[in-house]
Design a protein around this ligand. Structure first.
Ligand code: GLN
Length: 483
């Protein structure tokens, strides 16, 4: 059961081969059996899940069920979930029971999906390895010594180990794609504004975007169809119709122009990685795609720009955690200032504090023009690079991550090395375009992801390319040993 796709699960439920309660129990059992090793969930919600499963079974009986009704999923613990602890991976919100649902939760609930629980993540989504979580690191199911990537590492590990059929993630600088790559699954970061950010705890509001983390592109198409759409409660959500991502999955790739940015496939990319990706790209050529070189001349500036813009926005977003309104409050404060200082000092972990300090500095009078404004100007140049490239090609292929999963503890002492894990993913968020990562091979038994980037609102094209690739390859069907 746990190796079935969403379409197969939906068929089994509608044909009454299995009930949603049985299916849900099956995944809950897998979580109890395996998650001690992985630590991919912060909270498991068996009672809520079984209640939703019973309701789904009723809908299936009465003929009012939709395609996803009765299928379990895991939600990243960044999505506010009514009545359920929503921690964002932080001690600051360890005691926070959300009084409302994020739009994504509301939509997937309404579709009749069954939430198994909330997945582990880097604290406030800041990290590339899941090691900044207050709840401890997540382990990569392919090798328990390795990181799963971050910040949506819990969702990636849970889907890879078949503890949930699909999961949600969020991506501010790579947090859906990089863990998807490191855990051998498929993940798509939609165009900025495609999926509502309402109730998705904000890290950097101009970059954050939620999206599906699944085993294959077809599942991602089904899940994204349900997650996407305009939301009055998110003023940055885009009011344009959601295409049927499933309908175009099998479109021909004949004549599709794929750009390979020369800056990404340079001598800096390690040779095993380059070889693995070249083989994958050849597969796309066999399907009719035409490959040509493109240039993204400002891509080397993406990391420095991101590490001004994202901390600046986070320093403002995280000011709401003051010990008064949400979450953690220190013991016996002397006065108001002591309350603020100690609540924040004790509630936030060191990576979050580092970002808040960088952001506050970059926004302060006298430095604003030199850092923040400059970063915004370069951000525009980065978007222009993509705009130009998409005049010549339909999609861009790139590595998702410079290496396969690295070992736990390997980069924790060196933030800059850690930040470089996102060197190929971050520019996409700065430009606001969509991109996905799909399994494309292995190096030393650790998965490698190929990233596909597209122009604004080209999610259907990206999913189409990934689906056609997955019909010819079986990287996405491999399962980690022991799960
Ligand atoms: N790894 C990047 C960071 O630490 C991106 C995280 C994300 O996409 N949420 O900020």
């Amino acid at each position: 059961m746990h190796n079935k796709t969403l379409a197969q699960l939906s068929h089994a439920l509608h044909a009454k081969e299995i009930s949603s309660v049985e299916l849900t129990q099956h995944f809950l059992n897998r979580i109890s059996r395996f998650d001690e090793q992985l630590n991919s969930f912060i909270t498991v919600t068996p009672e809520r899940a079984l209640e939703q499963a019973r309701a789904a079974d009723q809908r299936l009986q009465s003929g009012t069920a939709g395609f996803l009704t009765g299928i379990p999923l895991a939600q990243k613990d960044i999505f506010c979930t009514l009545g359920v602890k929503t921690s964002c991976g932080s001690k600051m919100l360890d005691n926070f029971i959300s009084p409302y649902n994020a739009t994504t939760v509301e939509k997937l609930d309404a579709a009749g999906m069954v939430m198994l629980g909330k997945t582990n993540m880097d604290e406030f989504a800041m990290g590339s390895s899941n090691e900044t979580s207050f709840y401890g690191a997540v382990k990569n199911p392919w090798d328990l010594k390795a990181v799963p990537g971050g910040s949506s590492g819990g969702s990636a590990a849970a889907v890879a180990a078949r503890l949930a059929p699909v999961a949600t993630g969020t991506d501010t600088g790579g947090s859906i794609r990089q863990p998807a790559a490191l855990c051998g699954i498929t993940g798509i970061k939609p165009t900025y504004g495609r999926v509502s950010r309402y109730g998705m705890i904000a890290f950097a509001s101009s970059l954050d975007q939620g999206g599906p983390m699944t085993r294959n592109a077809e599942d991602a198409a089904y899940l994204l169809k349900e997650m996407a759409g305009f939301d009055l409660r998110d003023s940055t959500s885009v009011d344009s119709p959601v295409p049927d991502y499933v309908a175009s999955l099998n479109d021909s790739l004949e004549g599709l122009r794929i750009g390979l940015p020369k800056e990404f496939f340079s001598k800096d990319l390690n040779s095993e990685m380059a070889q693995t990706l070249e083989t994958a790209i050849k597969e796309l050529e066999k399907l009719g795609a035409i490959v040509k070189e493109v240039s993204l001349p400002n891509s080397h500036l993406a990391i420095p720009v991101y590490y001004v813009v994202a901390p600046a926005e986070c320093s403002s977003n995280l000011s709401r955690f003051d010990g008064v309104r949400f979450g953690y409050r220190c013991e016996n404060p002397k006065d108001l200032s002591d309350l603020y200082k100690r609540s924040r000092g004790e509630g936030f972990g060191s990576e979050v504090k580092r970002r808040i300090m960088i952001g506050t500095y970059a926004l302060s009078a006298g430095y604003y023009d030199a850092y923040y404004l400059k970063a915004q100007q370069i951000r525009r140049l980065i978007s222009e690079d993509y705009k130009k490239a998409f005049e010549e090609v339909d999609i861009i292929a790139a590595p998702t991550s410079p290496t396969p999963a690295f070992n736990l503890g390997e980069k924790t002492d060196d933030p800059v090395t850690m930040y470089l894990s996102d060197i190929y993913t971050i520019a996409v968020n700065l430009a606001g375009i969509p991109a996905l990562s799909m399994p494309a091979g292995f190096i030393n038994q650790r998965p490698v992801g190929l990233q596909l980037m597209g122009n604004y609102f080209s999610e259907a094209k990206l999913l189409n390319v990934a689906h056609r690739f997955q019909k010819e390859t079986d990287w996405h069907l491999q399962t980690p040993n022991g799960f």
